[in-house]
Ligand binder design. Structure first.
Ligand code: GUN
Length: 297
């Protein structure tokens, strides 16, 4: 069997961001609106700081307004709630994102439910999660939305496919399963208590791995010709012994890519697969929120 198609998320997301930049122009022309995305970071988590900076740079790059808010790690929950309330009431703000994880003294669900659902560009509010669960996706979590775009671009209709989602997080696994169901797939959701995972995997036309364990999914588990979407971003020691000794690391996915590429018909690499899609989908949600919030003048 021929080696799998490598699904290029970098190129796909770049094309999507170009389309979004045109949508921004249209919104300016037709509604006199510049979409505004507010991003809140609480504390100094190094990975979160990098993600947030990337989100802000890409927001500016498509011509939207990026509003950045930095709160100290010891900021109170009330301080954060007050900021969200101010942004909810600000007509120049169409999207609000609170970077997760939050410091331990802050109750994450309370914060997420305080965001106006119409501005919830992460799609984490119960209203948006509920709309997705009843098959009416509105503002959809960004990573699963990106996975769906890559799948539909590769396969066309997903109707009748058996999809296995490994992982049940509220950010990826659960919304991913709902989107696949809405696309008429037969969906299996696996998690840490699932029995016979390998057997389930062998029956799947589509495998979405979102477990956070390096190289967890083995090539021998895959049905020949399966389409594999790897959501994992795991940092492990470098392969090269000298680099490893120097403390260098590399990023790998949840799938044993080197072997899986010989069995699958298409597969996302890590990095360069799902990762770049997340921010593009965040910007796409911000366009959608801006359209919904502003009437045509
Ligand atoms: N932390 C990791 N992924 C995400 C995400 O998609 N949105 C937010 N707000 N925080 C995250």
């Amino acid at each position: 069997m021929a080696e799998a198609i490598i699904i290029d998320g970098k190129e796909f997301s770049s094309n999507l961001r170009n389309k979004i930049a045109k949508d921004v122009e249209t919104l300016k022309k037709e509604r006199n609106v510049v979409p505004g995305l507010a991003v809140i970071l609480v504390g100094e988590d190094p990975a979160s700081r990098i993600y947030v900076r990337k989100k802000e740079e890409m927001t500016e790059a498509v011509g939207m307004n990026s509003l950045s808010y930095r709160l100290d790690a010891d900021a109170s929950q009330q301080e954060l709630l007050d900021l969200i309330q101010t942004l909810n009431n600000d007509p120049a703000v169409h999207g609000i994102l609170v970077q997760l994880p939050l410091p331990k003294h802050i109750d994450t669900p309370t914060i997420l439910e305080a965001i106006d659902p119409a501005k919830d560009v992460d799609g984490f509010h119960v209203v948006n999660a509920g709309l997705l669960a009843i098959g009416k996706p509105t503002l959809v979590p960004c990573t699963p939305a990106g996975c769906m775009m890559l799948l539909e671009n590769n396969l066309g209709s997903l109707q009748g496919k058996h999809a296995l989602v490994i992982g049940r997080s509220t950010i990826v696994g659960r919304p991913m399963a709902q989107l696949l169901l809405t696309a008429d797939c037969t969906v299996t959701v696996a998690h840490r208590h699932t029995k016979n995972l390998e057997e389930l995997c062998r029956q799947a036309d589509i495998v979405v791995a979102a477990v956070g364990i390096p190289h967890f999914v083995k090539a021998s588990w895959l049905k020949p010709g399966a389409v594999v979407i790897d959501v994992g971003i795991n940092r492990i020691p470098a392969e090269d012994p000298a680099a490893k000794a120097a403390g260098k690391t590399r990023i790998v996915g949840d799938v044993d890519f080197a072997e899986a590429v010989k069995v699958a018909s298409a597969i996302t690499p890590v990095p360069g697969g799902v990762g770049p899609m997340t921010i593009a989908c965040l910007l796409n949600n911000t366009i959608q929120a801006a359209r919904n919030l502003t009437p045509v003048s």
